[in-house]
Design a protein around this ligand. Sequence first.
Ligand SMILES: *Cc1c(COP(=O)(O)O)cnc(C)c1O
Length: 299
Amino acid sequence: MEAPLQQLHSPLWEEQGIALWVKREDLLHPTISGNKWRKIKYNLQEAKQLQHDMLLTFGGAYSNHIAAVAAAGQEFGFKTIGILRGEEHLPLNPTLTFATSAGMELHYLSREAYRQKSDPVYLTQLSDQFRNPYIIPEGGTNALAVKGCTEIVADIPIDYDYICCASGTGGTLAGIIAGLEGKRQVVGFPALKGGEFLKEEIEQLIDRYNGHYYDNWQLITDYHFGGYAKVKPELLDFMRSFQQEHQLPLEPVYTGKMFYGLVDLIRKGYFPKGSRIVAVHTGGLQGNAGFQERLGIAL
Ligand SMILES: *Cc1c(COP(=O)(O)O)cnc(C)c1O
């Protein structure tokens, strides 16, 4: 399992003396995709150590995290429970078809009830109901996930100035920032609207992980395209041409938005001449099948 660096070539950046590589975390594992593998790895060790035989987690119906936990349970010998936001829709979408085929048992919660997903009283109740599962929060973000994500940067064998990454809960960015220990510049692209809130969230995650505070990072909150999992024609057009030009598969929820933002920032001169940039491909390609089905379009 390797996440190689792929250099991308284009006059757009090469005329500014900028070099760009993609860290292909999407290639780390065939089914436990990208950053979800980094986030889950130490949680699996912890679950084994504490002698749990079941993983329980939360997510939306198209969640990369749900798919990843289902696959990890199957590969590493845990039963898995997925607590899903919203009602059951049959036939199951491609993400949930995959999850159930990997042995995951699905339970549905109303959007209202789902809000209790991190309430300690509710979690104790779930723990009793399912006989002591190892509980992983929505999106997989906890201190062990941050630890796993520090390994993304440990695994980049070149020198560079900037590292870019899409962000949902902020766990992956927290790991990247902590792993760099104040070196280089980190640029995060929140996939949701109002992503400014992530700043505090990420600071807290880092603080809980190693007690440090770093200021070599920023969030670029302008490329959410209307909100989480929302798309616009210009995003889809960009993705199509970028994928074709660079032989790089993208998905619209995270990586499409990050690359759109990154290319736009390059065009606007955000990065100094001569910058060396690494963009992290966090994976998530499993979501494309459901997206295409839902929107009736080809990506
Ligand atoms: C989950 C996910 C993210 C967001 O990761 P966080 O650690 O929650 O910020 C980014 N990209 C992809 C493809 C993902 O599946």
